[in-house]
Design a protein around this ligand. Structure first.
Ligand code: IPM
Ligand code: MN
Length: 355
């Protein structure tokens, strides 16, 4: 099979972790007889430096022309403490999500048996956790009307959703629940917010089309609590953009390291795969960043964009083996022996070749 993949390494540790995912994907392609054609393009601070824009038109075209997009991370500290900066790397990410119509952000949280002790939560609480958030990604308060009034002394951001926007993400949630345990949790704040009441009303009306799916409606504050109390009581969760942003960071702690969780952002015609961690600027170029979240994002890409489940499964298997054998970066080494970003990538490639 020919796979055309856009490669957006981005900022900070992005290029280093993406390099490992490329090596691993190439090894997989070789093993299974596929041909990957990588097309690199600029995003984030790197793109601002080069062309003054965090998501240039040329990059958009590269993404449109590809079958899938592999993305590293975006963000640079020189913009963080400057609220007056006119262009920011993060704007590139939001523009990319919107222009590519990536409305569903799939963020799984699962535990690795060999890492149960790494989680700050008690082992018996997290054992068996395997849940997926479907975060709405192109609507809500991220894209609503915002501004200042009263000479700049009052600011507002609005959360707007249409019934259609809720329907398309809820449909993905119902469909995913059907392939898993048939349990769906709709996370909202319907006791306060009108947009949440529209979510709930829309999801309720869809229940009849999926009679086998058991739907629970829970308020976001309660979910924030229960997520760390009983994470393994959840399966598929759907929620709006900002709630999903916050809850998925919280959920990533369950697995023991932010450097482990992959994600996919899918739309009708495009799909992008990226680790959920950020650009970790302090680690840039030090060869210490954990590449596994990006490598697992590549696994999701093989599975979701190309329907190549055996290929995805082999990537998951070698990642598991690296964790079990302690061939890990320093964030997972507990002060013991650790390996560089590159060495972990090479080790995964070696395991794929031997498999
Ligand atoms: C994420 C990030 C982004 C978001 C930022 C960088 C704009 O936190 O992908 O979760 O808030 O969506
Ligand atoms: Mn976030």
């Amino acid at each position: 099979m020919k796979l055309n993949i856009a490669l957006l390494a981005g900022d900070g540790i992005g290029p280093e972790v993406v390099d490992q995912a490329v090596k691993v994907s190439d090894a997989i392609a070789e093993k299974f007889g596929h041909q990957i054609n990588w097309s690199s393009a600029l995003t984030g601070a790197a793109a601002i430096d080069a062309v003054g824009e965090p998501y240039p038109d040329e990059t958009h075209q590269v993404c449109l022309d590809a079958d899938a997009i592999l993305f590293g991370a975006i963000g640079h500290p020189r913009f963080d403490n400057d609220p007056s900066a006119k262009v920011r790397p993060e704007q590139g990410l939001l523009k990319m999500r919107q222009k590519l119509g990536l409305f569903a952000n799939v963020r799984p949280t699962f535990t690795f048996p060999s890492l149960l002790d790494k989680s700050p939560l008690k082992k018996e609480r997290i054992e068996g956790t395997d849940l997926v958030f479907l975060r709405e990604l192109t609507g809500g308060i991220y894209f609503g009307e915002r501004g200042r009034k009263d000479d700049g002394n009052t600011a507002f951001d609005t959360c707007t959703y249409t019934r259609e926007e809720v329907k398309r993400i809820a449909k993905k949630g119902f469909e995913l629940a059907m392939t898993r345990s048939k349990r769906l949790c709709c996370v909202d704040k319907a006791n306060v917010l009108e947009s949440s009441r529209l979510w709930r009303e829309t999801v309720q009306a869809m229940e009849k089309d999926y009679p086998e799916v058991e739907v629970a409606y829970e308020f976001v504050d309660a979910v924030a609590m229960r997520l760390v109390q009983w994470p393994n009581s959840y399966d598929v969760l759907i929620t709006e953009n900002l709630f999903g942003d916050i809850l998925t960071d919280e959920a990533s702690v369950i697995s023991g390291s932010m450097g482990l969780m992959p994600s996919a952002s899918v739309g009708t015609d495009n799909a992008l795969y990226e680790p959920i961690h950020g650009s970790y600027p302090q680690a840039t170029g030090l060869n210490i960043a954990n590449p596994l979240a990006t490598v697992l994002s590549a696994a999701m890409m093989f599975e979701m964009s190309f329907n190549l489940s055996e290929e995805g499964a082999l990537i998951r298997k070698v990642v598991d083996a690296a964790l079990t054998n302690g061939f890990v970066t320093e964030d997972l080494a507990d002060g013991g022996k650790s390996y560089g970003t590159n060495e972990v990538g090479d080790y995964l490639v070696k395991l794929i070749k031997e498999a």
